[in-house]
Design a protein around this ligand. Structure first.
Ligand code: AHR
Length: 479
């Protein structure tokens, strides 16, 4: 397959496309990220050291919290003050378990400080009030004297925090209130008015966008509320079949290798069509499309709580991650942020934990291989295509980075890239597998791990990559 790289100036691939999402769901926050100060699992102020270190290594740029569906039932004042006084509530969406609110606003900012990432807080429209949302923003970001800033100080935080992104409701068409788009759009206009800017930093306000291909939702919300937003969300999960018939994460049939990848590829069509609608109301592309929930949604692991959404993660999920990130790059002009669901122990996670053990999933390794594309310039290309290969090229700091995903099950693929780079290889790494459900578990944590890639050669400025089946490769070359 022959590909020509052009010198044409491309859009910047925002690092926020590599964002993550952590909800109060199953073992994501509790056990996965936060174990509490008194835990025997090594932690700093309650945050697992091993997980924080692993996430820092993939340069996590932003973390979305507290949900998801949980966000529209979350009352932030339940999660501040002395832990022993915090209200115990029922997590109605996710398994009906007791939520003790030990992880609240202060703990979230402690976590993001340790991760060195930006925050994306999702506010409650479904069951919360305008006043509650206004006070939360004041509590977090007000530097001077005010009732909420003083309350924050009483709880031990003198300085205001920085809130870069704020979501006004989540899935307001469903778990966030079952609203119609016209009604939500008006509610959005009202709630966002009180998301005040107390500090010097402008808060990037995100409206609740459509589920999958609900183009009417996008049209109505953009028509009514576009001038009041900076971004609008989109949710699309990759499935193997019907929503109610989720296939297993391991031990699946070959047809479900293909159906999951095909479902992930739908992201391209969704972004294209939603962007076309957005263009009607925002031709300058000021408003970002924020894909703040994406990834594989498969059957839970046998014997685990169905409400906890705990699934294994195989080389097939790595293909989903690479294919989807390539799509986001292609649409970098419109896609300003994306947040894979979810960081630890839930859906397509980066990390799985069991007690004090931790494994990095194949999806984690894709985020590691792809981190070179964060804030890089997209390099446009033309040439042959192959429907079992997906690739992306970017440049940054004098280096050209080529990532290729070969999702065929048996065939090696040969790709020739010409132009826009000198051909001098600086780094070449990949992940691969022998079986389509290869994965890492606590007994075999390194079945899939990043290895040095030998299948690269250069002749007269043409770079050839010979990519084995079921592999994701990143090669960096001097420009
Ligand atoms: O990520 C799990 C759930 O999926 C989220 O809570 C919700 O927003 C979506 O339906």
């Amino acid at each position: 397959m022959k590909v020509t790289l052009t010198e044409q100036q491309g859009p910047k691939i925002s690092k926020y496309i590599y964002g993550h999402f952590a909800e109060h769901l199953g073992r994501c926050i509790y056990e996965g990220l936060y174990v509490g100060e008194d835990s025997s699992i090594p932690n700093v102020n309650g945050m697992r050291i091993d997980v924080v270190e692993a996430l820092k290594n993939i340069q996590i740029p932003v973390l979305r919290w507290p949900g998801g569906c949980f966000a529209d039932e979350y009352h932030w004042k339940d999660g501040i003050g002395p832990k022993e006084n915090r209200k115990k509530i029922v997590n109605t969406h996710w398994g009906g378990v007791t939520e003790n609110n030990h992880f609240g606003t202060h703990e979230f900012f402690e976590l993001t400080k340790q991760l060195g990432c930006e925050v994306y807080v999702n506010g409650n429209v479904g069951s919360g009030t305008v006043q509650e949302m206004q006070e939360w923003v004041e509590y977090m970001t007000m530097g001077g004297e005010s009732p909420m800033a003083n309350l924050r100080r009483e709880n031990g935080q003198e300085e205001p925090w920085s809130v870069k992104f704020f979501g006004v409701g989540n899935e307001s068409w469903g778990c966030g209130g079952n609203m119609r788009p016209e009604y939500y759009a008006d509610e959005y206009r009202r709630y966002q008015t009180y998301v005040r800017q107390y500090g010097t930093e402008k808060i990037y306000k995100i409206a609740c966008g459509p589920n999958i291909d609900d183009y009417n939702w996008m049209d109505k919300v953009m028509q009514i509320a576009a001038p009041f937003m900076d971004g609008i969300s989109l949710h699309h999960y990759a499935l193997t079949g019907e929503w109610l018939d989720k296939g297993p994460a391991t031990g699946f049939k070959e047809e479900h290798w293909w159906s999951l990848i095909k479902s992930a590829q739908k992201m391209d069509e969704l972004i294209t069509k939603h962007s076309t609608i957005m263009d009607k109301y925002d031709p300058e592309k000021r408003v970002g499309l924020i894909v703040d929930e994406w990834g594989s949604w498969l059957a839970v692991e046998p014997g685990t709580n169905p409400g906890f959404l705990y699934q294994q993660n195989t080389i097939r999920d790595a293909m989903v991650a690479a294919v989807t990130l390539n799509i986001f790059h292609k649409h970098a002009e419109r896609v300003h942020m994306a947040n894979i669901a979810q960081t630890v122990n839930v859906l397509q996670s980066m990390i799985l934990t069991e007690g004090d053990q931790m494994v990095k999933t194949p999806s984690y390794h894709v985020f590691d291989l792809y981190k070179v594309h964060q804030d890089a310039e997209l390099v446009s290309s033309y040439g042959e295509s192959d429907d079992t290969v997906s690739y992306t090229v970017s440049k940054k700091d004098g280096l050209v980075s080529i990532s290729v995903c070969n999702y065929s099950l048996e065939e090696s693929k040969s790709l020739d890239f010409t132009g826009a780079c000198s051909g001098k290889v600086v780094d070449a790494r990949y992940i691969t597998a022998d079986t389509m459900d290869a994965h890492n578990d606590f007994d075999h944590p390194e079945t899939i791990t990043i290895k040095s890639f030998e299948g690269v050669s250069t002749t007269d400025g043409t770079v050839n990559l010979t990519v084995p089946p079921m592999s994701v490769v990143t090669v960096q070359l001097e420009q």
